[in-house]
Design a binder for this molecule. Structure first.
Ligand code: PMP
Length: 397
């Protein structure tokens, strides 16, 4: 096993060295060692990729479709994305030049930030948020400006954004909105987006809209996109990981005006050359013929949400009602205090239930925990039973 020369270890990229690794994954890994623990930590569907999508990939491999794809993506996939966006959001993106295939939304975020950021540019990030954003922004040379939305039930209001833009966010280049949100499950209404859009225009921001959970919205709530209001400054990022249980396939897309898309496609091609052929063909199949799949997934997640929300509220956890994605972000009952890391560790060891400390999601997350309900109903019921006993035992002590 080689050991790096001492003289070289001093020379590794300093900027990257300073960035913290994903705390969610590290925490999840740590508690995995606890025997019998039910892990509700990672944002990964427990369902499997639908058969017709897998079949499309297998057939494509059998056809020897195994050469470099065009750098923006294969025609079949780009057209499927374009049609999908037209049907779901009534927005129009030309498959030629306004859409780019990416290696998941993770790479879409990297490509987008690299395309727009100059060193030292600020990016507005409403928090709590999927913490990986911070690392990606910093890698691209940007400065994340965290905006704590906890006072407003985890919705960034136009007034709050305006205040930030006049103070710590002065001169920022972009805002990233996650809608529906990981970790809070909150969903923006059309009116809230319209109000935000006005401020976004007033301060000349790019709107980077991470819509990876768009298909997973519950009750009467509906998905709207900033792209319907301010398409001229919106960059849509989305993918198939969550709605089609395709996290391991690594497939997503970016849709944006042609002028910025030129730069995005350039960065994407330097980074990955092109996305895997058969994955794009499978994803096209999903987008074209997969509505029933995500409708089914949505119904499953919605019934699980009710189990988890009711079970936690009964035990004194409080939350702004989640409306989408597959997370609840719950305030720890008062008697446990504010230390969410200590709480999550104790819960993992004593109750054998793994949840993620809220402070890993940035400002406003302290005192909260995130539970992913992308887990079987059986697991969720057992987890709630264990949490109930844990809370009861602590009350008696
Ligand atoms: N954005 C958000 C808000 C997420 O929660 C995740 C996954 N946890 C991603 C992006 C990454 O998705 P992908 O698998 O497409 O890279």
């Amino acid at each position: 096993m080689p050991t790096l020369a001492n003289s070289l270890s001093e020379t590794i990229n300093e900027k990257i060295n300073k960035i913290k690794k994903s705390e969610i994954r590290a925490f999840s890994h740590k508690i995995s060692q606890i025997p019998g623990v039910i892990k509700l930590t990672v944002g990964e569907p427990d369902l499997n990729t639908p058969e017709h999508i897998k079949r499309a990939a297998i057939d494509d491999i059998a056809r020897d479709d195994s050469h470099y794809a065009p750098e923006a993506g294969k025609k079949e996939y780009l057209s499927a994305v374009s049609t999908y966006l037209k049907n779901s959001l009534k927005v129009s993106y030309d498959p030629e030049g306004e859409i780019c295939a990416t290696v998941g939304v993770s790479a879409a975020l990297n490509v987008t930030f690299m395309s727009i950021l100059n060193p030292g540019d600020k990016i507005i990030i409403p928090t709590p948020v999927w913490g990986v954003y911070f690392g990606i922004v910093k890698m691209a040379g940007g400065i994340p400006i965290e905006v704590d939305t906890s006072e407003d039930n985890f919705i960034l209001t136009a007034a709050h954004l305006k205040k930030v833009m006049q103070n710590e966010g002065k001169g920022a280049k972009a805002i990233v909105l996650t809608d529906p949100s990981n970790p809070t499950g909150r969903v923006y209404s059309k009116q809230q987006l319209e109000e935000l859009a006005t401020v976004i225009c007033d301060y000349n921001l790019f709107a980077i809209s991470d819509e990876i959970y768009a298909e997973l919205i519950y009750g009467d709530k509906k998905h709207y996109s900033l792209a319907q209001i301010i398409p001229e400054r919106t960059i849509i990022l989305s993918g198939l990981s969550k709605c089609f249980a395709m996290t391991g396939w690594r497939i997503g897309y970016i849709a944006a005006p042609r002028e910025i898309m030129k730069t995005i496609i350039k960065v994407n091609s330097f980074m990955i050359t092109s996305v895997t052929d058969n994955v794009q063909i499978a994803a096209a199949e999903g987008l074209q013929h997969g509505e029933a799949d995500y409708e089914e997934a949505r119904a499953i997640y919605e019934s699980r949400l009710h189990i988890v929300q009711a079970g936690l509220e009964k035990n004194g956890f409080k939350m702004a009602t989640p409306e989408g994605a597959f997370y609840v972000f719950a305030r720890i009952p008062e008697k446990f205090g504010d230390d969410d890391v200590a709480f999550a560790e104790d819960l993992a060891h004593k109750a054998k239930v793994g949840v993620v400390p809220g402070s890993y999601f940035g400002a406003g997350g302290q005192g909260f925990v995130r539970l992913s309900y992308a887990s079987s109903e059986e697991n969720l019921n057992l987890a709630i039973e264990r949490i109930t006993n844990y809370v009861k035992d602590s009350l008696n002590n």
